[in-house]
Write a protein that binds this ligand. Structure first.
Ligand SMILES: CC(C)(COP(=O)(O)OP(=O)(O)OC[C@H]1O[C@@H](n2cnc3c(N)ncnc32)[C@H](O)[C@@H]1OP(=O)(O)O)[C@@H](O)C(=O)NCCC(=O)NCCS
Length: 296
């Protein structure tokens, strides 16, 4: 037996993490009276919530129908300093040019949802591997191969949706899918759900659209419970699951080690059906019409 065969994987260190600049965005919000408000943030979804709730939002949005403000433009910047400069430049633009930015952003970000095929494996794998290399959202150290993803998509489609969100130019913006929670028969009504958005479209509504569609399809199939496993330090995904109605059941402490740190794992649960009676067998496939009703 060789030395390496006797040991598990070497722990990944902080140096193994691909350089990941802190996120920084400039954005425009459409207020209730049609006016545009500009700002910068390191977390679009959280900032939008703050504007809407009035807790920590801007004075301007508070006095312009805060509860109904909508994201009208978002641009990812290299860092905070670049975002501050861009924010100042956008604020100086005449109204017509701000409107042009918002119109182009709307057109570029008009997403459609569709079911994946195994031929989408390369695009899905590239999106997912960004998180393998840069983040602790996944506990995987080694990037997946396209063949892994081809097999993954084929396997998922045998019993659940594998949904893609694409922009008008055909770029993949995100994906969501569900795996069986466990393989023994008594677990046949439970799924584990997964969702990943491309790093440049976080906090812009893509994940929510994908996940709501995925959950609606799983419900139609007759699944009873969706579970999600979320890294404890992944505040974005924990907040996202709470916003989508999941409830946190438990935290597994110090269960993963990646990029030089121990990680907790949070367990989230969402019931998809009511009642305690005997379940019908899950429908493995939905019709094209049933899928289209949800994906639009
Ligand atoms: C987690 C993730 C899928 C969420 O998708 P998203 O497009 O960023 O989220 P959305 O903009 O669609 O937000 C949907 C809801 O979640 C809430 N939410 C999302 N991110 C949030 C944040 N950082 N803070 C507070 N709330 C947040 C939004 O307010 C929104 O609530 P609402 O529908 O009540 O208005 C996405 O951020 C992502 O891909 N992150 C990196 C990969 C990852 O962590 N995947 C999950 C692995 S478990």
């Amino acid at each position: 037996m060789t030395g390496t065969a006797m040991y598990g994987p070497a722990p990944s260190t902080a140096a193994d993490r691909a350089p990941t600049p802190a996120p920084a965005w400039v954005y425009l919000l459409r207020c209730a009276d049609g006016s545009l408000y500009g700002g910068w943030t390191n977390d679009l979804a959280r900032r939008l919530k703050a504007h809407r709730s009035g807790k920590g939002g801007a004075r301007y949005t508070k006095s312009h129908g805060r509860a109904s403000v909508q994201l009208a433009y978002a641009e990812k910047c290299a860092d905070k300093s670049a975002a501050l400069k861009r924010e100042a430049a956008i604020k100086k633009l005449p109204k017509a040019e701000k409107e042009a930015l918002a119109a182009k952003w709307r057109a570029d970000n008009a997403i459609t949802l569709r079911m994946a095929t195994p031929d989408d494996a390369a695009a899905v794998c590239a999106l997912y591997n960004w998180y393998v290399r840069h983040g602790v959202q996944t506990f995987q150290y080694t990037p997946s191969t396209v063949e892994d993803y081809r097999a993954n998509i084929e396997e998922v489609l045998q019993h659940a949706p594998f949904l893609l969100a694409e922009s008008a130019d055909g770029h993949l913006r995100g994906f969501a899918c569900a795996h069986l929670w466990h393989t023994r028969e008594a677990y046949a009504w439970d799924v584990e759900t997964t969702v990943y958005c491309a790093p440049d479209c976080i906090g812009q509504g893509v994940g929510g659209r994908l996940y709501r569609a995925l959950l609606a399809l799983l419900k139609k199939q007759g699944y009873y419970t969706a579970f999600a496993l979320v890294t404890g330090s992944n505040r974005q995904s924990n907040d996202f699951h709470r916003a989508l109605g999941f409830q946190k059941m438990a935290t597994e402490r110090r269960t993963g080690y990646k990029f030089g740190q121990w990680l907790d794992l949070d367990y989230w649960r969402l019931p998809l059906q009511d009642g305690e009676g005997e379940p019908q067998p899950v429908r493995k496939q939905l019709t094209a019409e049933e899928i289209a009703e949800v994906t639009g």
